[in-house]
Design a protein around this ligand. Structure first.
Ligand code: AHR
Length: 500
């Protein structure tokens, strides 16, 4: 039995809804085919956005959507994607499969998508191959309400009112695909470029995001912050509101041998979980470095790319990063989201990569068909945490699970209170073979009604096109409430969400 101690009298931070954010890149069939099919498609759509996908994403309350990349962002020239579609420039998507990008999905289409989803906007600007002027004019085009060449161009292209840009990334992975820069060089460019990310309406600030580290590159975080803070007035916090961390879980020994998304053994299952669990250490250590520069907590840590990265599905374009998604991926998502909740003092946003048809997607499409992946259901089960206050929680008797030397904590949990007073508790049992009895022990709280939901399956179960979904959410049976304690049994490889 695992005892989870929850002191509902102690709150430990605010869980930004943006922790449940998503990422969309011009990569494979994420945008084209997965989200955008064009107004003339036979697939039901509203202004070109496929209705099935938009409706499914609304159900999980997507809070923010990052766009247009990724690596693509540092080769994207926004002016190619505005104006009449027939005149839009065609370019080669050199990062992702060498496909011709016809730019039919551009700035106007992105804001239309976010309007339909009801989510915040997160634009990633081009620092790698774009100019300061280009970045500055994009911000002006999107957000300036007065009369200027950029705002007039926006109006000419059919958008009278300025849009709201909530978040703006100044480059992407500039330590790698975004220009192979050193941290000092990037940080100097960051200082330069961000100067011209103008806020035209003080009531609508733009949160500026600096390119942060690759995984456990703590030197990058420190050097970028040192350079950004150099001689900077205290109130500007190194000229940034957030710094972005990217960490992918690659099950195999290296990037050439990542391993199949669906065909794997117990050893690969636990190796994947063990690697995914490293997120906790990385978030804590990067947060400690940020803390040295910004003890008051103005700068958020955005994990704006995370998730499992497997081999592509056999027969698909290697440049499209299309992979299936099993209960193993759901376990990674459930564990990681619990980690983010518990680190919410610094982790203010996270964006799983990527929303549709690329890497650890919540949705897969094939022509007019669509499936919801096990990872989708985790986001659905966890949505009660969005905007909640994190409650103090801990596991009294942590058990390990795994094979041989590959061990990982069996249970991960988090708890929060939402504005309506209800408490959401999410628990994941990572063991592939053993069920576990779990007891929640509250300090004072005596739960009245308890609504429990369960996601479970074999570690390699997944949902296929043209078949009844194998993995779906069910009611959790057998929940017992005795005074301040709530107990239930978790099957192997399962996620539970309780609303109390
Ligand atoms: O998500 C796929 C790619 O992974 C992104 O374009 C890049 O930022 C990262 O390396």
């Amino acid at each position: 039995m695992t005892n989870i101690i929850i002191d509902e009298r102690k709150t430990e931070g605010h869980i930004n809804p943006e922790i449940y954010g998503h990422f969309s890149e011009h990569l494979g069939h994420c945008i084209y085919g997965g989200i955008y099919v064009g107004e003339n498609s036979e697939i039901p759509n509203v202004n070109g956005m496929r209705t099935d996908v938009v409706e499914a994403l609304k159900q999980i309350q997507v809070p923010v959507l990052r766009w247009p990349g990724g690596c693509f962002a540092d080769e994207y020239h926004w002016m190619d994607g505005i104006g009449p579609k027939e005149n839009r420039k065609r370019m080669i998507n050199t990062n992702w499969g060498g496909e011709v990008e016809d730019n039919s999905f551009g700035t106007h289409e992105y804001f239309e998508l976010c309007r339909q989803l009801g989510c915040k906007t997160y634009i990633n600007g081009n620092l790698g191959s774009g100019t300061v002027r280009e970045m500055s004019e994009w911000v002006e085009y999107m957000t300036f309400d007065g009369e200027s060449s950029m705002s007039l161009l926006r109006r000419k292209n059919g958008q009278e009112e300025p849009w709201r840009v909530n978040y703006f990334g100044v480059g992407n992975e500039n330590w790698g695909g975004g220009g192979c820069m050193t941290p000092e060089y990037y940080a100097n460019l960051y200082r330069h470029y961000q100067t011209y990310v103008r806020v035209y309406d003080e009531k609508k600030p733009i949160c500026r995001v600096a390119c942060g580290p690759n995984s456990d590159d703590y030197a990058w975080t420190r050097k970028v912050l040192e350079t950004a803070f150099y001689m900077a007035p205290a109130h500007v916090h190194g000229y940034m509101d957030a710094i972005a961390l990217h960490y992918y879980t690659v099950p195999g020994p290296d990037w050439q041998h990542k391993g199949s998304a669906v065909d794997f053994d117990l050893q690969a299952y636990y190796t994947t979980l063990q690697k995914a669990a490293r997120m906790e250490e990385m978030v804590k250590r990067h947060s400690r470095i940020i803390e040295e520069f910004d003890p008051e907590g103005h700068i958020g840590l955005f994990v704006d790319e995370w998730g499992c990265w497997h081999d592509v599905e056999p027969g698909t374009n290697p440049g499209f990063l299309y992979q299936q998604n099993t209960m193993r991926d759901a376990m990674v998502a459930a564990m990681t989201l619990n980690i983010f909740n518990k680190q919410c003092r610094r982790v203010k946003m996270a964006n799983i990569a990527q929303v549709v048809n690329v890497l650890q997607s919540v949705i897969l499409t094939d022509g007019e068909k669509m499936v919801l992946t096990p990872t989708y259901h985790v986001f659905d089960l966890y949505k009660g945490h969005q905007g909640g206050e994190l409650l103090s929680s801990s596991i009294e008797n942590t058990k390990q699970t795994g094979t041989g030397a590959c061990q990982v904590a069996q249970i991960y949990e988090s708890a929060s209170r939402s504005q309506d007073g209800s408490i959401t508790v999410t628990v994941v049992n990572l063991s592939a073979e053993e069920s576990e009895k779990v007891e929640l022990q509250f300090a004072d709280f005596q739960p009245g009604t308890v609504n429990g939901q369960l996601l479970t399956g074999k570690m390699d179960d997944y949902n296929r096109f043209d078949q009844e979904p194998q993995v779906k959410v069910k009611a959790l049976d057998g929940v017992e409430v005795k005074g301040k304690n709530v107990s239930f049994t978790m099957p192997p490889c399962s996620v539970v969400s309780l609303t109390l």
